[in-house]
Design a binder for this molecule. Structure first.
Ligand code: ARG
Length: 293
């Protein structure tokens, strides 16, 4: 069986055959600010409107609720301005969570806060052994885990990931500092395909992506420049930055419903809707396992 067949023919890691009923973890941007620069989007001398950031985040939360998803919230911690980016809090698959280890000391204290929340919520939490920034760099698609490296998550973390989850890990090398996390360069659309910006990846990784996802939606530089790929899909609805009009049209052509949200304030820290969203993937129930056999 080719790898692509492995992607297409297996149950989704969400354990959910329907687009509704996903569980997301979010963190209100109560203490959001741009106080340091750990990616090229961040300018600590620039203006941020914290109240607008909160309103934009609340709109995103409402969009998820209106789509029928459950949004859980973790208490924001003062002094951790990037904690709103819940995708960096862990990787959660099959009821198991791999905790994170941030590259930058400014974000280090977010890791135990998220691990603690997940532990209390009943997930089996595994300690991080290497730098890994959670779902910022690790994206499940079908049976596979796509894992970015090059800026944040270390290559060593990819092997650990495979041990923890027992799923094949596909390493993808990011090469453009503006797209420093995998979820800024690639969006998983459903259990068989993705959208991505080819130029954000090394030539070898581009070839891997072409081989795995021959039907992928290819994003343009102008979509990526507004963090358009930092999108959240439930398999049918794609929530993406409103400014990514080209990508939205391309996705609609392919039959997805798109919902644009304005995340202008959080983008000043290099984040969009996906960064604000950690997918909590429970263990598939017996019935779902039967259904996907
Ligand atoms: N300022 C944050 C950082 O550079 C933004 C994180 C965005 N999160 C993401 N999943 N891409 O770490």
């Amino acid at each position: 069986m080719t790898l692509h067949a492995a992607v297409a023919g297996r149950p989704t890691p969400d354990g959910s055959p329907t687009p509704s009923g996903r569980r997301y973890l979010m963190c209100r941007p109560t203490y959001f600010a741009v106080e340091y620069a750990i990616n090229p989007w961040m300018d600590p001398t620039g203006d941020v409107d914290p109240a607008l950031a909160v309103r934009q985040w609340e709109t995103l939360r409402q969009v998820y609720r209106d789509l029928g998803h459950t949004v859980e919230e973790i208490e924001p911690v003062p002094g951790l301005p990037d904690m709103v980016f819940a995708a960096n809090g862990a990787t959660v698959v099959d009821g198991r969570a791999l905790a994170v280890q941030f590259r930058d000391p400014q974000r280090a204290d977010e890791a135990p806060a998220y691990a603690h929340w997940l532990d209390r919520a009943g997930f089996e939490v595994h300690e991080a052994k290497h730098v890994n920034e959670g779902e910022g760099d690790i994206l499940p698609v079908g049976d596979l885990l796509l894992a970015g490296t090059g800026f944040r998550t270390s290559h060593a973390a990819h092997a650990h990931l495979q041990e923890v989850f027992g799923r094949p890990v596909v390493t993808l090398r990011l090469v453009d500092p503006r797209f420093y996390h995998l979820d800024t360069a690639l969006c998983v659309l459903d259990d068989r395909t993705v959208a991505y910006l080819p130029a954000a990846f090394s030539p070898g990784s581009q070839a891997v992506l072409r081989r795995l996802f021959p039907d992928a939606v290819l994003a343009t530089e102008s979509d990526a420049r507004v963090l358009g790929l930092n999108a959240v899909s439930d398999g049918r609805h794609v929530v993406l930055p409103a400014q990514a009009t080209g990508l939205s049209a391309a996705l609609r052509d392919r039959g997805y419903d798109t919902i644009g949200v304005d995340m202008s304030e959080l983008r000043k820290a290099g984040g969009g809707p996906k960064c604000c969203t950690l997918v909590l993937r429970d263990r598939p129930s017996e019935r779902e396992r039967e259904a996907t056999k």
